[in-house]
Design a protein around this ligand. Structure first.
Ligand SMILES: Nc1ncnc2c1ncn2[C@@H]1O[C@H](COP(=O)(O)OP(=O)(O)OP(=O)(O)O)[C@@H](O)[C@H]1O
Length: 270
């Protein structure tokens, strides 16, 4: 058997505990022409420590679904629970990374990460909080830029800081909305590696929207495909059974890679 194939005997995670449960989820946006039902009967269970990527046509409702998981967008019907508790709004148990880096441009990279850390560790000493910020900035390769303002670093570096900031608050779930969509392919690949490296160590649950089929396969334990709207739902789910850690080279050389790719492209084309 090829080395890359997932071996359930030795693989300890993802666990079977359900982290995020989307039950009969519905979203309706009022419009001047009447109600627009974006999502309906959407059901999805995401296991603890799982990495899920979401693909679907533009406008099908991916961001709507993710922002509802984040608690930033009201739920019109059904429910979303995190470890069995219905979400009521945003919370530190869910970190979010958007496509455009959302750092405060006038603050340094340290200060940007510190904003979240202060909220989550109010009783830690200044030194402890600084150590947490430094630890995560180091993890994303920004150790030489602690004192640079966000406005002075590149977009790729800003997204690195965004990843550090999201992990530093120790969320249970990380929600990513096309975080690398604005980056060139080299930087994109580097940041995929950074993300997977930190995710692997922190063992949190990650849900990421992407338009890139290769990125979806490289990162995911399962790729979730959404049907086109209106009334979009989960159309199909593809488990990606490559062993971790993964390298692009090994995946590209694996026969299953092309089967996975064909499956996703067939879904998107029909
Ligand atoms: N606040 C809103 N009011 C009315 N309609 C909205 C609102 N937000 C989104 N929509 C509509 O809902 C649909 C889903 O939008 P959403 O941004 O969730 O899709 P998406 O799959 O993330 O798209 P993309 O891949 O292009 O980012 C679209 O038709 C969009 O125009």
């Amino acid at each position: 058997m090829n080395q890359l194939i997932h071996n359930p005997e030795i693989e300890k995670f993802p666990s079977n505990e359900v982290m995020l449960d989307l039950i009969d989820l519905k979203k309706v946006y009022p419009t001047p022409k009447g109600d627009y039902v974006v999502l309906e009967n959407l059901n999805l269970q995401i296991k603890k420590e799982e990495f899920i990527t979401i693909i679907g046509h533009s406008g099908c409702g991916k961001t709507t679904m993710l922002s509802m998981m984040a608690g930033l967008n009201e739920i019109s019907g059904g429910k979303i629970s995190v470890l069995g508790s219905s979400i009521k709004g945003p919370g530190p148990d869910r970190g979010v990374i958007f496509q455009a880096p959302s750092l405060m441009p006038w603050l340094t990279t340290m200060e940007n990460v510190m904003l979240g850390v202060k909220k989550v560790y109010p009783h830690a000493t200044k030194k402890q909080k600084e150590d947490i910020c430094k630890y995560y900035l180091h993890k994303v390769g920004m150790e030489s830029s602690f004192n640079k303002r966000a406005s002075e670093i590149s977009q790729g570096e800003q997204q690195r800081v965004g990843i550090a900031r999201a992990f530093a608050i120790k969320p249970k779930v990380l929600l990513l909305d096309e975080p690398f969509g604005m980056l060139d392919s080299l930087t994109r690949g580097q940041l995929q590696d950074v993300l997977i490296d930190v995710w692997n160590k922190e063992k949190i649950t990650a849900v990421m929207i992407t338009h890139d089929v290769d990125e979806a396969i490289f990162l995911a334990d399962r790729v979730v495909m959404m049907t086109s709207g209106p009334k979009a739902k989960i159309g199909d789910v593809l488990p990606i059974e490559f062993e971790r850690p993964r390298t692009r080279k090994a995946i590209l050389e694996h026969d299953d890679y092309y089967k996975y790719r064909k499956h996703l492209i067939d879904f998107l084309e029909h």
